[in-house]
Ligand binder design. Sequence first.
Ligand code: LLP
Length: 378
Amino acid sequence: MKHNTPYYLYDVGLLEATLNEVNSQTSRHGYNVHYALKANSNDRLLNIIKSHGFGADCVSGNEVIKAIEIGFDPSHIVFAGVGKTDAEINTGLSHDIFCFNCESLPELKIVNELARAQNKVAKIAIRINPNIDARTHQYITTGLEENKFGISPWEFDQVVDLLSKSDSLKCIGLHFHIGSQITDMNVFKDLALSVNSINQWFINKGVDISIINLGGGLGINYEQPDENLIPDFKFYFETFAAHLNLSPYQGVHFELGRAIVGQCGSLISRVLYRKEGLNKNFLILDAGMTELLRPALYQSQHFIENVSKYGQDLIEKYDVVGPICESSDCFGKEVSLPFSERGDIIAIKSAGAYSEVMSSNYNLRQLNPCVFKEKTQS
Ligand code: LLP
């Protein structure tokens, strides 16, 4: 084994194929995608994403700075987030980013003040909370009234009033993001229908809405990653095209994260011990919730494969766990695998999004550098 485990392995060829597919589908509709850096901000992956013509969707000042360092054009950078600090807003203003997605009335006031102080006009989009259930895990649902995100319909009159009094804000559009890992396309249909009426409401009030930003959210297949390496972007964008009713002058933007990078990464780990319990067996890995938090935080299940025993019959069930002193440090219960033993290499799939970026050094653990699977020449 060349590399010390655990480490993240990224498939460069799959990322490029995914980006090409996104581009070929968006070009059919004239849509525009800003990649959500929060899903994975690895430099090499960002460079590849940038070179395929994507913009950047950021949720912190440091993400804005990272995007600029990588070479994303500031005119293709959007900045969302429910709690932007003054310093972060100033970072966006001083780089003349494309747009701030503003999430509350108090935030609109502060962006106006800070822009005036810099003698600038901040371009903003109003992030709307349309009260639509994304039918996904409650921790990654963002478009319900009970969630902290966005501005609700009962505040719209105040927004229009505030915009008319703000000399340093230029509203360019509306922003929506109702949740992540959405696999039911009816949710996106509901979103599109809601967008139509909210858009019309703002246009009737005389607000300039030249951009409709629909956020991200398209889910990936965690159960059968190898059969679904590239998400169904065709169906996703066609769902919006079929149900959005916008004016020809209005541009449509998206902020996809997981669907772009999710299937391109695996967490590679090694079996430390095969421990026999009374009624079950455990496989104890050298990777844990410190490297991949999603199972502990969202009860998510990633497909687990014993790479060393590839192709062998699945004859035993294991609780696949990490070494951390927390009972939630478990990647899967009753996982069917070939007979597995100390030293075997285990791949935890679909770990390209919200995985390495959410790792921590709890227990003073340290993740090894990631490895890239290079594109094979065809
Ligand atoms: N735009 C905004 C404003 C967002 O908040 C997010 C993600 C995205 C775009 C990208 O969404 P995507 O296309 O990746 O679904 N850590 C969680 C996911 C949190 C997503 C938060 N927002 C997980 O591991 O499932």
